[in-house]
Design a protein around this ligand. Structure first.
Ligand code: ATP
Ligand code: FE
Length: 336
């Protein structure tokens, strides 16, 4: 079975060829046009997808040494995401499936992030159902109870900003380019996580709130900059380390509550923020302490990529879950 996966939900155009659960190629074209804006500009994103999609798909097929006539099916991201961006991937996938007369498979982007754990890997370790996945990305922060490949229940989620957004907005406040998450991670390595105390929001259940954290950073820096205009430059590492530490601590607080209450010991992380080095090392450390089986995705499958869409498509292909030409993208597609 050869699946072509196509991802275009936000600002990365990606195509991947998957043969029997194994990734053969996974091409990602990043859009540099957004860097100076401190966030993704939707109109620019959809235009860049239009320019990128044909060469990216061609490159994925070429690298995999697969011709389009050999494809078994096409899997694409139907949502959630930016509507203009989703339309490009959806329309392209529908046309190609029609032209080749092969099945079309819709994939939920958030399910894709989680199912990336089932991409064939060298260690041959995969989560066992039911497991809990902490999905932390640019638009979402969710604690998900995963009962089966496509049976997922959200136990808790953010009521305002996502964890990735909290990283990106802090970076913007500090004058760093978008996306700021990887940069904060980098600077934090040389800083003291206890240098500055930032607040942790206390919510009922397993929900998160990160907008207050970003605001407290903004006011803190405003106050310090009055006293010393060089404050950010001089203390970048400590600010980044303290801010990052607060986000990760907040995430684990609810993750621990949810895993204990549900008696789950297979624990995974997914989404762009799962590339964060502190989140990864803390999952290992706390996992040992809690006797968890932990699952951390390879870096290339953390942020948006079509490999995760292809693997989700593969499991739907086995169940013959196909869609017709009347399918439309859904910017607010739900995980269940
Ligand atoms: P969603 O999946 O919710 O639709 P998205 O697809 O835009 O959102 P992803 O591509 O999964 O998000 O993740 C991008 C986010 O991950 C950005 O906010 C980015 O800053 C963050 N990120 C990437 N690497 C790191 C890192 N090392 N540390 C912290 N954050 C990171
Ligand atoms: Fe994503």
């Amino acid at each position: 079975t050869i699946i072509l996966g196509i991802e275009s939900s936000c600002d990365d155009t990606s195509a991947s060829v998957l043969i029997n659960g194994k990734i053969i190629s996974n091409i990602v074209a990043n859009q540099a046009v957004h860097e100076s804006f401190g966030g993704v500009v939707p109109e620019l994103a959809s235009r860049a997808h239009q320019q990128n999609i044909v060469p990216v798909v061609a490159a994925a097929l070429k690298e995999a040494n697969v011709s389009k006539e050999e494809l078994s099916a096409i899997a694409f991201t139907r949502g959630p995401g930016l509507l203009g961006s989703l339309i490009v991937g959806t329309s392209f996938s529908k046309s190609l499936a029609l032209a080749l007369d092969i099945p079309l498979i819709e994939v939920n982007h958030m399910q894709g992030h989680i199912l990336a754990h089932f991409i064939q890997n060298d260690s041959n370790r995969y989560p066992q159902f039911p497991f809990i996945c902490l999905t932390v990305s640019g638009g979402h922060t969710q604690i998900v109870l995963v009962k089966d490949y496509f049976e997922m229940e959200i136990l808790g989620e953010t009521i305002d900003d996502a964890a990735g957004e909290a990283f990106d907005k802090a970076a913007k406040i500090m004058g760093l380019p978008y996306p700021g998450g990887p940069l904060i991670d980098q600077f934090a390595k040389n800083g003291n996580p206890k240098a500055y105390p930032f607040p942790i929001a206390n919510l009922e259940g397993y929900n998160f709130s990160f907008s207050g954290l970003k605001t407290s950073l903004l006011y803190f820096l405003k106050k310090e900059l009055v006293k010393d205009p060089e404050f950010i430059t001089k203390n970048k590492a400590d600010i980044c380390a303290s801010y990052q530490h607060t986000i990760i601590k907040t995430l684990f607080k609810n993750l621990l509550k949810a895993t204990r209450a549900n008696n789950i010991t297979n624990i995974a992380i997914a989404g762009g923020v799962s590339a964060n080095s502190l989140l990864r090392s803390e999952l290992e450390r706390i996992g040992k302490q809690e006797h968890w089986e932990t699952f951390i995705p390879n870096f290339e499958y953390c942020t948006d990529n079509a490999g995760m869409i292809a693997i989700a498509g593969y499991y739907k292909y086995l169940k013959k879950e196909f869609v017709g030409q009347d399918i439309t993208p859904n910017a607010r597609l739900k995980i269940n």
